[in-house]
Design a protein around this ligand. Sequence first.
Ligand code: ADP
Ligand code: MG
Length: 480
Amino acid sequence: MTSIPSLTSNQEKNLVTDLQQWALANSLIIYPPDFKSYQPVVAPVTLYPTPFSRIAFEQANEVQLAYNELYIKVTNDQDFLLGIIDELSHFDQEFTGKLYQTYLKAKEIGIKQNLKLGIFRSDYLVEGSEIKQVEFNTVSVSFGGLSTKVGQVHKFLNNIGNYDPESKGQLYYKEEDLPVSNSIEALAKGLADANYYYNGEIYKTDTIVLTIVQEGERNVFDQRLLEFELLSKHGIKSKRLSLSQIELETFVDSNTSKIFLKSTGEEISVVYFRAGYAPSDFQNEADWNARLILETSLAIKGPDLVTQLAGAKKIQQILTDEEILSKFIPNNSEHYQKLLKSFVKIYPLDDSELGKKGKSLAFETPEKFVLKPQREGGGNNVYKSDIPGFLKSLSEKEWSAYILMELINPSTFVNKIIRNDQVLKNEIISELGIFGVVLFDDKEVKVNENAGWLLRSKFSSSNEGGVAAGFGAVDSIQLV
Ligand code: ADP
Ligand code: MG
């Protein structure tokens, strides 16, 4: 394994300047808080690629098709899935409940499109050289754009010799040990595939992709990189709207349920959600109604509400049960073994036998666990010694809405994280995400593919044993 180079402060300054200017020239950027539209900054990135086990990287890439298949099957088994979501809705009325109610309304009105687009990301920490799944995301997965870019900038810095200015031509990292994620290409292809199937398997460029975005989104360029690729490679245009703009800017033909842009009359083939995963994405009932309009339109949704709900942490917990898993993936298959190997123990906190065990573990050995509610997007978990007090502050009934997950203990590495004008050196932990794209209905899987990867790193913090969300940064991999 190659540890980070020791550079003089002048050499490091040159390296950082090169990184920043490459980043600005190539869209490895983000808007700062309170931004003006013309003022992005360099995205928080690591200065160096981080060592990552080649075996673990292969494992994670290999198991993705199995995860894609598993979540297709769960989404298609609506009795199983919606039974659990129905129950969960009582404990989390504010969000899971609202998503579910919106789905029920859509079903009553009539769901016209059978095809579903899943743009997934399965996240892992590595323990020893084994991948262990942190969570499976089925909506609004981010950083597919910036991931390709950070791989490219690290390769660039390596190739121009900046990581080892005194070596005279010898590269600091071996070229073949620095893979670059193809996520921009692969995710844009997923959107193009959905457009193709929407049009009856005909390659058409007069229908468009509608990206649903948050107002004031700062991670815009990550999204736009996919849109630009979609246009340049596939000739397909995109439009960006927030949920609150849907009623004003689109209309649905009541005979065909096709949805169009009012301004140009263009037909929308695919609705790609980069918003709608958190309660704050819905400001009022009109926003929920916008979600309903989209769900009942003929456009293919990436994802539809059922696929989104399949990403609930509660579903992840239930799927770690071997008997339940084997209902979806035959237990004599290679896929089954690979999935099982990637799980850590996750307990419910309900009245089941396993739930009772979970409850006693939460109080006896909380330092081994993280407690998670049904939320996405970071900052919602309760760790270790905070768990007992937190649970005591709720009624025991409410505990059912949480899952208790064994903590994964990844190795740490030293790297430097660049945030604006700061270069911060510390121990980091890295989380690998593997992207997957699927397109399916209840009869057939049209697409099931790997779609690149993402490494995110953050400072490990001693009081939370390397788990606390520190300064996050996009990172790339040095295979070791
Ligand atoms: P979110 O939906 O908010 O992203 P996650 O399940 O991904 O929720 O948890 C957020 C972060 O908490 C992860 O990125 C990881 O750093 C940490 N984390 C979550 N689960 C575990 C675990 N089992 N072991 C160690 N760290 C974890
Ligand atoms: Mg996460």
